[in-house]
Design a binder for this molecule. Structure first.
Ligand SMILES: *Cc1c(COP(=O)(O)O)cnc(C)c1O
Length: 345
């Protein structure tokens, strides 16, 4: 079975798991005068996250959801308005900060261009309309098929935000894939935002965790928020150690995942009914079932019968995700299966 449901399916390998045995563990919930916990592996990971993102400090969170929501709730207070993308993960899938039962934040949305990057004119319309407390962007963008925001657009978003005096939070769950595609570093991308979250549990291949990064002051407040969300952990070095390993060993190879996704798309240029995304940049590619005479669910069921696990993601789309352990020949086989099913429609 070729399983392309998500890059969260990466399993820790032996050398990664071995790092847990020698991790310098302690109680990360017990803080010293500087607000640092006693788990040295967690501290090492948080310092690495700060370094790689060019921010003052990092904070280990149990999930990307916790990292994003802690950020929103740190930047904003109930009733504040947040400017987000129409199809942003932190709204569509996470919700916490926006539901009346929890964060009680309000949202206004901006559109994307044909380039799938945030349309700054659309952003400015909303900024003009009324007080916006925070701007959120997503790089790479999940629901539109792994699109990147390039450095030029990042700079434009920054200068717009500065003109209106609004901070920017970036959901960078897969920002390392973006850096690989854009031929730059995460630090260069992160220069333009005030806070960012990235996941080590996706393409980077660690079992658990996400890092929230920002100024020392922001991270110290976010740490309080993480505690309120139930996210103060104890010997969290057990998850920090594999994450450190991931940042040391699994960043360079993300290029392969991006290339495998692009390769798969290149084999699906002339499908009969299904539309395969052609502007693939990173490790996600989408198949659009609109007008193909089959539902996304049914398409996935037929793929499963042939040995390919994929899943419906949003609207008429099915998502294929490429990650460590998925080879070029898996990508080729996956394309062949999609072709076979399309041929029968
Ligand atoms: C996966 C993902 C998250 C959150 O990740 P979890 O660790 O599953 O909570 C946030 N944003 C984007 C764009 C994602 O793809």
């Amino acid at each position: 079975m070729i399983d392309l449901r998500s890059d969260t399916l990466t399993l820790p390998d032996e050398p990664m798991l071995r790092t847990i045995l020698t991790a310098r563990l302690g109680d990360d919930g017990r803080l010293d005068a500087e607000g640092r916990g006693e788990d040295l592996a967690v501290n090492e990971l948080e310092d690495m996250a700060a370094e790689v993102s060019g921010k003052e400090a990092g904070l280990l969170c149990a999930s990307g959801t916790m990292g994003n929501q802690a950020a929103l709730l740190t930047w904003c207070r109930p009733g504040d308005t947040v400017l987000i993308d129409e199809l942003q993960h932190l709204d569509r899938s996470e919700k916490t900060a926006f539901t009346p039962r929890f964060g009680q934040l309000k949202k206004v949305t901006y559109r994307s261009d044909a380039s799938l990057m945030p349309n700054t004119a659309s952003m400015e319309e909303e900024l003009k309309n009324g007080p916006v407390k925070l701007i959120c962007i997503e790089n790479t963008h999940n629901y539109t098929g792994g699109a990147c925001i390039d450095l030029k657009r990042m700079a434009e978003i920054r200068s717009l935000a500065d003109r209106y005096g609004v901070p920017v939070h970036m959901d960078g769950a897969r920002v390392f894939n973006a850096a690989a595609f854009l031929g730059t570093t995460v630090k260069e991308i992160a220069r333009y935002v005030d806070s960012l979250m990235f996941c080590v549990s996706k393409g980077l291949g660690a079992p658990v965790g996400s890092l929230l990064c920002g100024t020392r002051k922001f991270i110290s407040e976010a740490k309080e928020m993480r505690k309120l969300l139930g996210g103060a952990m104890r010997q969290a070095g057990i998850i920090a150690a594999p994450a450190i390993y991931a940042l040391k060993h699994n960043v360079e190879r993300l290029r392969e995942d991006n290339e495998n996704a692009q390769f798969c798309a290149s084999l699906l240029k002339d499908l009969k009914k299904v539309k395969a995304q052609q502007n693939v940049q990173t490790n996600i590619m989408m198949l659009d079932m609109e007008g193909a005479g089959i539902t996304p669910q049914e398409f996935c069921a037929r793929a499963k019968e042939r040995g390919l696990l994929i899943r419906p993601i949003i609207g008429s789309f099915v998502r294929l995700v490429f990650y460590k352990g998925i080879t070029r020949s898996d990508a080729e086989r996956a394309a062949a299966i999609v072709r076979e099913i399309d041929g029968e429609l």
